[in-house]
Ligand binder design. Structure first.
Ligand code: ZN
Length: 227
């Protein structure tokens, strides 16, 4: 399945490879971010998971399931930890630079949870921008993807949220976000189409308005390797 949340071409991508690959960047400084303990009610999740086990005809008191509710509670606290964070803080510290070419961070791996089925979807995000005097540390771009992904989510909204945040905080001349993901709710249930990828994109500023800028950023995203 291929969908495209913008008017741009989001289809026909070659498979990506490798981990985070950087096309062009300014070195970012590592800033220590304090992570607050998420206010998640573990006991409540445990009771709910036990109820689900009973409801599907299982015995929650058999040996193999005894620790399951507690494990699931810890897992949900982790995979939904983004609910208790504001990813914007990662974009608050910017550096003044005269660099005015595209900055693109490709193949940012992420894990998220489909809010319709509470099943995982995972894949890669490509995030790029055209600075207007301000650049941000590259790891911050990866962090906002991570934190936005770690909440009950749909891919389309996640794509838009990353683009909006980049646009608002950096006041960049252009922003592009492309997300490619495989959804468990498509592969393990329902229509059961393994191998299908959902592609969404969001373009802002010059990447939406200027055809040659858009073509340039799309070719950078689609080309498998750069040196
Ligand atoms: Zn789903």
């Amino acid at each position: 399945m291929i969908t495209d949340s913008s008017t741009s071409n989001g289809s026909g991508l070659p498979p990506s490879e490798g981990s985070d690959s950087v096309v062009a960047h300014r070195p970012g400084l590592a800033i220590g971010i304090k992570e607050t303990k998420p206010p998640v009610d573990h006991k409540r999740i445990e009771r709910a998971v036990r109820e689900i086990l009973v409801a599907v005809g299982e015995d929650p008191d058999r040996e193999g399931l005894l620790e399951t509710p507690a494990r699931v509670a810890r897992m949900y606290a982790e995979v939904f930890s983004g609910l208790h964070k504001d990813p914007r803080i990662h974009l608050k510290r910017v550096f003044s630079e005269s660099y005015d070419e595209i900055v693109l961070l490709k193949d940012i791996e992420f894990q998220s949870m489909c809010e319709h089925h509470l099943l995982p979807f995972h894949g890669r995000a490509h995030v790029g921008y055209l600075p207007d005097g301000k650049v941000v540390g590259l790891s911050k771009m990866a962090r906002i993807v991570d934190e936005i992904a770690r909440r009950p989510q749909v891919q389309e909204r996640m794509t838009e949220a990353i683009a909006n945040m980049m646009e608002q905080e950096l006041r960049a001349r252009g922003v592009v976000v492309m997300v490619e993901a495989s959804h468990s709710c498509m592969t393990m249930r329902g229509i059961r189409k393994s191998g299908s990828m959902c592609v969404t994109s969001a373009m802002r500023g010059v990447f939406r308005d200027n055809l040659s800028s858009r073509a340039e950023i799309l070719s950078l995203i689609m080309n498998p390797k750069h040196s």
